[in-house]
Design a binder for this molecule. Structure first.
Ligand SMILES: Nc1ncnc2c1ncn2[C@@H]1O[C@H](COP(=O)(O)OP(=O)(O)OP(=O)(O)O)[C@@H](O)[C@H]1O
Length: 345
Protein backbone atom coordinates (compact mmCIF):
# COMPACT_ATOMS: atom_id res chain seq x y z
CA UNK A 1 0.00 0.00 0.00
CA UNK A 2 1.34 3.40 -0.94
CA UNK A 3 1.29 6.01 1.76
CA UNK A 4 0.32 9.53 0.82
CA UNK A 5 2.64 12.10 2.34
CA UNK A 6 1.31 14.30 5.12
CA UNK A 7 1.72 17.43 2.96
CA UNK A 8 -0.83 16.18 0.45
CA UNK A 9 -4.23 17.78 0.88
CA UNK A 10 -6.86 15.08 0.84
CA UNK A 11 -10.38 15.45 -0.52
CA UNK A 12 -11.43 12.10 0.93
CA UNK A 13 -9.83 10.43 3.90
CA UNK A 14 -11.16 7.41 5.74
CA UNK A 15 -9.69 5.58 8.66
CA UNK A 16 -10.61 2.04 9.61
CA UNK A 17 -13.93 2.47 7.83
CA UNK A 18 -16.12 -0.62 8.27
CA UNK A 19 -19.69 -1.64 7.58
CA UNK A 20 -21.22 -4.87 8.76
CA UNK A 21 -24.42 -6.39 7.38
CA UNK A 22 -25.31 -9.22 9.79
CA UNK A 23 -22.39 -11.63 9.63
CA UNK A 24 -20.85 -9.98 6.60
CA UNK A 25 -18.23 -7.25 6.76
CA UNK A 26 -19.06 -5.55 3.46
CA UNK A 27 -16.42 -2.85 4.15
CA UNK A 28 -13.52 -3.93 6.32
CA UNK A 29 -11.10 -1.40 7.81
CA UNK A 30 -10.72 0.80 4.74
CA UNK A 31 -8.14 3.63 4.84
CA UNK A 32 -8.70 5.71 1.73
CA UNK A 33 -6.57 8.73 0.85
CA UNK A 34 -7.81 10.66 -2.18
CA UNK A 35 -5.57 13.65 -2.98
CA UNK A 36 -7.17 16.93 -3.98
CA UNK A 37 -7.37 17.28 -7.76
CA UNK A 38 -7.04 13.54 -8.44
CA UNK A 39 -9.20 11.53 -10.78
CA UNK A 40 -9.37 8.59 -8.45
CA UNK A 41 -10.52 5.21 -9.72
CA UNK A 42 -12.20 3.02 -7.10
CA UNK A 43 -11.72 -0.37 -8.60
CA UNK A 44 -12.93 -3.79 -7.60
CA UNK A 45 -14.96 -6.76 -8.77
CA UNK A 46 -18.74 -6.78 -8.30
CA UNK A 47 -19.67 -7.17 -4.65
CA UNK A 48 -16.27 -6.03 -3.33
CA UNK A 49 -17.83 -3.19 -1.33
CA UNK A 50 -17.47 -0.13 -3.58
CA UNK A 51 -21.07 1.08 -3.45
CA UNK A 52 -21.30 0.51 0.29
CA UNK A 53 -18.10 2.53 0.80
CA UNK A 54 -19.47 5.36 -1.35
CA UNK A 55 -22.70 5.38 0.63
CA UNK A 56 -20.66 5.66 3.84
CA UNK A 57 -18.60 8.52 2.36
CA UNK A 58 -21.71 10.51 1.53
CA UNK A 59 -23.53 9.84 4.79
CA UNK A 60 -26.17 7.72 3.02
CA UNK A 61 -25.40 4.86 5.40
CA UNK A 62 -23.93 4.79 8.90
CA UNK A 63 -20.53 3.17 9.42
CA UNK A 64 -20.22 0.31 11.90
CA UNK A 65 -16.82 1.77 12.86
CA UNK A 66 -14.13 4.08 11.55
CA UNK A 67 -14.16 7.66 10.36
CA UNK A 68 -14.65 9.69 7.18
CA UNK A 69 -13.39 13.15 6.29
CA UNK A 70 -14.69 14.81 3.14
CA UNK A 71 -13.02 18.07 2.06
CA UNK A 72 -11.40 18.26 5.47
CA UNK A 73 -14.71 17.99 7.35
CA UNK A 74 -15.79 15.13 9.53
CA UNK A 75 -18.68 13.07 8.19
CA UNK A 76 -21.52 12.60 8.95
CA UNK A 77 -21.22 15.24 11.74
CA UNK A 78 -20.58 18.09 9.29
CA UNK A 79 -22.74 16.66 6.51
CA UNK A 80 -24.82 19.79 6.00
CA UNK A 81 -21.75 21.95 5.55
CA UNK A 82 -19.96 19.50 3.28
CA UNK A 83 -22.58 18.07 0.95
CA UNK A 84 -23.28 21.34 -0.92
CA UNK A 85 -19.62 21.19 -2.04
CA UNK A 86 -19.97 17.60 -3.27
CA UNK A 87 -21.76 16.36 -6.39
CA UNK A 88 -22.76 12.71 -6.40
CA UNK A 89 -24.16 10.13 -8.76
CA UNK A 90 -25.11 7.06 -6.76
CA UNK A 91 -27.64 4.54 -7.98
CA UNK A 92 -29.00 7.09 -10.48
CA UNK A 93 -31.48 9.75 -9.36
CA UNK A 94 -35.13 9.02 -10.09
CA UNK A 95 -36.27 11.28 -12.91
CA UNK A 96 -39.85 12.07 -13.83
CA UNK A 97 -40.23 10.39 -17.23
CA UNK A 98 -42.92 12.75 -18.46
CA UNK A 99 -40.94 15.87 -17.70
CA UNK A 100 -38.13 17.17 -19.88
CA UNK A 101 -34.49 16.88 -18.84
CA UNK A 102 -34.38 20.60 -18.05
CA UNK A 103 -37.62 20.44 -16.03
CA UNK A 104 -36.26 17.52 -14.01
CA UNK A 105 -33.11 19.48 -13.18
CA UNK A 106 -35.24 22.50 -12.18
CA UNK A 107 -37.12 20.30 -9.72
CA UNK A 108 -33.95 18.85 -8.21
CA UNK A 109 -32.38 22.27 -7.95
CA UNK A 110 -35.49 23.72 -6.30
CA UNK A 111 -35.22 21.04 -3.62
CA UNK A 112 -31.69 22.19 -2.73
CA UNK A 113 -31.75 24.93 -0.10
CA UNK A 114 -28.12 25.82 -0.60
CA UNK A 115 -28.42 27.27 -4.09
CA UNK A 116 -29.93 30.58 -5.20
CA UNK A 117 -33.19 30.32 -7.15
CA UNK A 118 -32.31 33.43 -9.14
CA UNK A 119 -29.52 31.67 -11.00
CA UNK A 120 -31.40 28.37 -11.44
CA UNK A 121 -32.19 28.74 -15.12
CA UNK A 122 -28.62 29.62 -16.03
CA UNK A 123 -27.20 26.82 -13.87
CA UNK A 124 -29.53 24.21 -15.39
CA UNK A 125 -28.52 25.37 -18.86
CA UNK A 126 -24.86 25.29 -18.02
CA UNK A 127 -25.08 21.79 -16.46
CA UNK A 128 -26.90 20.46 -19.53
CA UNK A 129 -24.25 22.04 -21.73
CA UNK A 130 -21.43 20.48 -19.71
CA UNK A 131 -22.82 16.99 -20.25
CA UNK A 132 -23.70 17.63 -23.91
CA UNK A 133 -27.46 17.51 -23.47
CA UNK A 134 -28.41 21.07 -24.49
CA UNK A 135 -30.05 19.76 -27.66
CA UNK A 136 -32.26 17.41 -25.62
CA UNK A 137 -33.10 19.86 -22.81
CA UNK A 138 -36.78 20.00 -23.75
CA UNK A 139 -37.17 16.35 -24.63
CA UNK A 140 -39.09 14.16 -22.18
CA UNK A 141 -36.78 11.94 -20.14
CA UNK A 142 -38.72 8.81 -21.14
CA UNK A 143 -37.34 9.39 -24.66
CA UNK A 144 -33.75 9.57 -23.37
CA UNK A 145 -31.32 6.72 -24.00
CA UNK A 146 -29.63 5.12 -20.98
CA UNK A 147 -26.48 7.14 -21.72
CA UNK A 148 -28.49 10.37 -21.84
CA UNK A 149 -30.14 9.53 -18.51
CA UNK A 150 -26.75 8.84 -17.01
CA UNK A 151 -25.46 12.17 -18.29
CA UNK A 152 -28.55 13.89 -16.90
CA UNK A 153 -27.69 12.30 -13.55
CA UNK A 154 -24.21 13.80 -13.81
CA UNK A 155 -25.70 17.15 -14.85
CA UNK A 156 -27.74 16.98 -11.65
CA UNK A 157 -24.47 16.62 -9.72
CA UNK A 158 -23.14 19.70 -11.54
CA UNK A 159 -25.96 22.14 -10.81
CA UNK A 160 -23.70 24.01 -8.42
CA UNK A 161 -19.90 24.32 -8.58
CA UNK A 162 -18.49 21.25 -6.87
CA UNK A 163 -15.08 20.65 -5.34
CA UNK A 164 -15.61 16.90 -5.27
CA UNK A 165 -17.60 14.61 -7.54
CA UNK A 166 -18.41 11.07 -6.48
CA UNK A 167 -19.65 8.88 -9.31
CA UNK A 168 -20.67 5.27 -8.72
CA UNK A 169 -20.12 3.18 -11.87
CA UNK A 170 -21.13 6.03 -14.21
CA UNK A 171 -20.62 3.93 -17.35
CA UNK A 172 -22.50 0.86 -16.12
CA UNK A 173 -25.00 -0.39 -18.66
CA UNK A 174 -24.00 2.12 -21.32
CA UNK A 175 -23.31 1.28 -24.95
CA UNK A 176 -19.80 2.04 -26.29
CA UNK A 177 -20.84 5.49 -27.52
CA UNK A 178 -22.44 6.39 -24.18
CA UNK A 179 -19.41 5.04 -22.36
CA UNK A 180 -17.06 7.21 -24.41
CA UNK A 181 -19.20 10.27 -23.77
CA UNK A 182 -19.26 9.73 -20.02
CA UNK A 183 -15.50 9.08 -19.92
CA UNK A 184 -14.79 12.27 -21.82
CA UNK A 185 -17.08 14.09 -19.45
CA UNK A 186 -15.21 12.77 -16.40
CA UNK A 187 -11.93 13.90 -17.96
CA UNK A 188 -13.25 17.38 -18.63
CA UNK A 189 -14.63 17.72 -15.10
CA UNK A 190 -11.23 16.90 -13.72
CA UNK A 191 -9.60 19.34 -16.13
CA UNK A 192 -11.83 22.02 -14.60
CA UNK A 193 -10.17 21.37 -11.24
CA UNK A 194 -12.63 19.13 -9.38
CA UNK A 195 -11.50 16.04 -7.53
CA UNK A 196 -13.31 13.10 -9.12
CA UNK A 197 -13.85 9.82 -7.28
CA UNK A 198 -15.23 7.27 -9.71
CA UNK A 199 -15.96 3.62 -9.05
CA UNK A 200 -15.61 0.99 -11.74
CA UNK A 201 -15.16 -2.72 -12.16
CA UNK A 202 -13.34 -2.06 -15.44
CA UNK A 203 -9.59 -1.85 -15.21
CA UNK A 204 -9.19 -0.44 -18.72
CA UNK A 205 -11.59 2.35 -17.88
CA UNK A 206 -9.64 3.35 -14.80
CA UNK A 207 -6.37 3.21 -16.76
CA UNK A 208 -7.86 5.52 -19.39
CA UNK A 209 -9.29 8.25 -17.20
CA UNK A 210 -7.68 8.12 -13.77
CA UNK A 211 -4.52 9.52 -12.21
CA UNK A 212 -4.88 7.40 -9.06
CA UNK A 213 -6.63 4.19 -8.11
CA UNK A 214 -7.55 2.06 -5.15
CA UNK A 215 -8.40 -1.60 -5.37
CA UNK A 216 -11.07 -3.27 -3.28
CA UNK A 217 -11.30 -6.98 -2.78
CA UNK A 218 -13.87 -8.64 -0.50
CA UNK A 219 -14.44 -5.45 1.50
CA UNK A 220 -10.77 -4.64 1.99
CA UNK A 221 -8.63 -1.99 0.35
CA UNK A 222 -5.71 -3.98 -1.05
CA UNK A 223 -3.77 -1.19 -2.77
CA UNK A 224 -3.91 2.50 -3.59
CA UNK A 225 -1.72 5.17 -5.13
CA UNK A 226 -0.98 6.80 -8.46
CA UNK A 227 -1.26 4.44 -11.41
CA UNK A 228 2.52 4.62 -11.78
CA UNK A 229 3.01 3.71 -8.12
CA UNK A 230 0.60 0.81 -8.40
CA UNK A 231 2.49 -0.52 -11.40
CA UNK A 232 5.84 -0.07 -9.66
CA UNK A 233 4.70 -1.81 -6.51
CA UNK A 234 4.07 -4.91 -8.56
CA UNK A 235 6.71 -7.56 -8.46
CA UNK A 236 9.26 -7.41 -11.22
CA UNK A 237 10.50 -10.62 -12.77
CA UNK A 238 13.43 -11.72 -14.83
CA UNK A 239 13.22 -13.57 -18.09
CA UNK A 240 16.13 -15.73 -19.20
CA UNK A 241 16.47 -17.42 -22.57
CA UNK A 242 18.95 -20.28 -22.37
CA UNK A 243 19.57 -23.82 -23.64
CA UNK A 244 20.80 -24.68 -20.13
CA UNK A 245 17.50 -24.35 -18.29
CA UNK A 246 18.34 -27.05 -15.72
CA UNK A 247 21.57 -25.45 -14.54
CA UNK A 248 20.02 -21.98 -14.73
CA UNK A 249 17.16 -23.10 -12.47
CA UNK A 250 19.65 -24.37 -9.90
CA UNK A 251 21.68 -21.14 -10.00
CA UNK A 252 18.53 -19.07 -9.59
CA UNK A 253 17.42 -21.26 -6.70
CA UNK A 254 20.79 -20.60 -4.97
CA UNK A 255 19.99 -16.87 -5.28
CA UNK A 256 16.61 -17.48 -3.71
CA UNK A 257 14.70 -17.13 -6.97
CA UNK A 258 12.20 -19.73 -7.99
CA UNK A 259 12.08 -20.14 -11.74
CA UNK A 260 9.31 -21.48 -13.92
CA UNK A 261 9.99 -22.64 -17.44
CA UNK A 262 8.22 -20.91 -20.29
CA UNK A 263 5.54 -19.18 -18.27
CA UNK A 264 5.24 -16.00 -16.24
CA UNK A 265 5.05 -16.68 -12.54
CA UNK A 266 1.91 -14.59 -12.15
CA UNK A 267 -1.01 -16.83 -12.96
CA UNK A 268 -3.52 -15.55 -15.43
CA UNK A 269 -1.04 -13.20 -17.08
CA UNK A 270 -2.16 -11.89 -20.42
CA UNK A 271 -0.37 -13.75 -23.16
CA UNK A 272 0.01 -16.72 -20.80
CA UNK A 273 3.26 -18.43 -21.61
CA UNK A 274 4.20 -15.64 -24.00
CA UNK A 275 2.91 -17.77 -26.82
CA UNK A 276 2.79 -14.73 -29.06
CA UNK A 277 6.27 -13.60 -28.12
CA UNK A 278 8.86 -13.86 -30.86
CA UNK A 279 11.23 -15.39 -28.31
CA UNK A 280 9.00 -18.41 -27.98
CA UNK A 281 9.37 -19.07 -31.67
CA UNK A 282 13.13 -19.22 -31.34
CA UNK A 283 13.00 -21.25 -28.15
CA UNK A 284 13.85 -24.47 -29.99
CA UNK A 285 17.17 -23.22 -31.23
CA UNK A 286 18.07 -20.79 -28.47
CA UNK A 287 16.78 -22.75 -25.54
CA UNK A 288 13.97 -22.32 -23.10
CA UNK A 289 12.49 -19.22 -21.53
CA UNK A 290 12.68 -19.12 -17.74
CA UNK A 291 10.75 -16.70 -15.58
CA UNK A 292 11.55 -15.88 -11.97
CA UNK A 293 9.88 -13.27 -9.77
CA UNK A 294 12.35 -10.83 -8.24
CA UNK A 295 11.73 -10.21 -4.54
CA UNK A 296 10.60 -6.61 -4.01
CA UNK A 297 13.29 -4.36 -2.57
CA UNK A 298 10.93 -3.46 0.28
CA UNK A 299 10.97 -7.12 1.32
CA UNK A 300 14.59 -6.74 2.45
CA UNK A 301 16.73 -8.78 0.12
CA UNK A 302 16.57 -7.31 -3.32
CA UNK A 303 18.49 -9.32 -5.93
CA UNK A 304 20.16 -7.13 -8.53
CA UNK A 305 19.54 -8.31 -12.10
CA UNK A 306 23.24 -7.91 -12.94
CA UNK A 307 24.10 -10.23 -10.05
CA UNK A 308 21.77 -12.82 -11.54
CA UNK A 309 23.43 -12.57 -14.96
CA UNK A 310 26.90 -12.77 -13.38
CA UNK A 311 25.95 -15.87 -11.38
CA UNK A 312 24.42 -17.57 -14.43
CA UNK A 313 27.45 -16.85 -16.60
CA UNK A 314 29.87 -17.93 -13.84
CA UNK A 315 28.05 -21.27 -13.67
CA UNK A 316 28.53 -21.75 -17.41
CA UNK A 317 24.91 -21.07 -18.35
CA UNK A 318 24.67 -19.80 -21.92
CA UNK A 319 22.52 -16.68 -21.48
CA UNK A 320 21.03 -15.88 -24.88
CA UNK A 321 18.42 -13.47 -23.68
CA UNK A 322 17.90 -11.64 -20.43
CA UNK A 323 15.37 -9.06 -19.37
CA UNK A 324 13.73 -7.69 -16.28
CA UNK A 325 10.08 -6.92 -16.74
CA UNK A 326 7.37 -5.32 -14.68
CA UNK A 327 4.10 -7.13 -14.23
CA UNK A 328 1.25 -5.27 -15.90
CA UNK A 329 -1.37 -3.46 -13.86
CA UNK A 330 -3.83 -6.12 -14.90
CA UNK A 331 -1.64 -8.96 -13.62
CA UNK A 332 -1.16 -7.07 -10.40
CA UNK A 333 -4.89 -6.54 -9.93
CA UNK A 334 -5.60 -10.18 -10.66
CA UNK A 335 -2.96 -11.16 -8.14
CA UNK A 336 -4.44 -8.80 -5.51
CA UNK A 337 -8.11 -9.62 -5.96
CA UNK A 338 -7.83 -13.21 -7.09
CA UNK A 339 -10.24 -12.36 -9.88
CA UNK A 340 -9.98 -11.57 -13.52
CA UNK A 341 -11.11 -8.15 -14.63
CA UNK A 342 -13.46 -7.51 -17.43
CA UNK A 343 -11.20 -5.63 -19.79
CA UNK A 344 -13.83 -4.68 -22.33
CA UNK A 345 -13.14 -1.15 -23.54
N1 LIG B 1 -28.20 -3.32 2.52
C1 LIG B 1 -27.49 -4.45 2.49
N2 LIG B 1 -27.83 -5.50 3.25
C2 LIG B 1 -27.09 -6.64 3.25
N3 LIG B 1 -25.99 -6.82 2.49
C3 LIG B 1 -25.60 -5.82 1.69
C4 LIG B 1 -26.32 -4.57 1.64
N4 LIG B 1 -25.70 -3.75 0.77
C5 LIG B 1 -24.64 -4.44 0.28
N5 LIG B 1 -24.57 -5.67 0.85
C6 LIG B 1 -23.54 -6.69 0.57
O1 LIG B 1 -22.28 -6.12 0.76
C7 LIG B 1 -21.34 -6.58 -0.22
C8 LIG B 1 -20.73 -5.41 -0.97
O2 LIG B 1 -21.70 -4.83 -1.80
P1 LIG B 1 -21.47 -3.52 -2.65
O3 LIG B 1 -22.74 -3.21 -3.38
O4 LIG B 1 -20.91 -2.46 -1.78
O5 LIG B 1 -20.35 -3.99 -3.67
P2 LIG B 1 -19.87 -3.31 -5.02
O6 LIG B 1 -18.39 -3.46 -5.03
O7 LIG B 1 -20.42 -1.93 -5.12
O8 LIG B 1 -20.49 -4.26 -6.10
P3 LIG B 1 -21.35 -3.89 -7.37
O9 LIG B 1 -20.36 -3.43 -8.38
O10 LIG B 1 -21.97 -5.22 -7.71
O11 LIG B 1 -22.35 -2.85 -6.94
C9 LIG B 1 -22.11 -7.52 -1.12
O12 LIG B 1 -21.84 -8.83 -0.72
C10 LIG B 1 -23.56 -7.15 -0.88
O13 LIG B 1 -24.38 -8.26 -1.04
Amino acid sequence: MTAVGPATELSIETSGLSKRFGQQLAVDGVDLAVPKGAVFGFLGPNGSGKTTTIRLLLGLAAATSGSVRLLGQEMPRQLHGVLPRVGALVEGPAFYPFLSGAANLHRFDAADQHVPAATRKARVQSALEQVGLSHAADKKVRAYSLGMKQRLGIANALLAPRELLVLDEPTNGLDPQGTREVRNLVRSLAADGATVFVSSHLLAEVEQICTHAAIMSAGRLVAQGTLAELRKAGQARIRVLTPDAGTATQVLARLGLSAAVDGPAAAGAPGGAMAGNPNSGSADSDGEVLYAPLPAAAGGEAVAPEAVVAALVAAGVRVRGFATEQVSLEERFVALTGEGFDIVQ
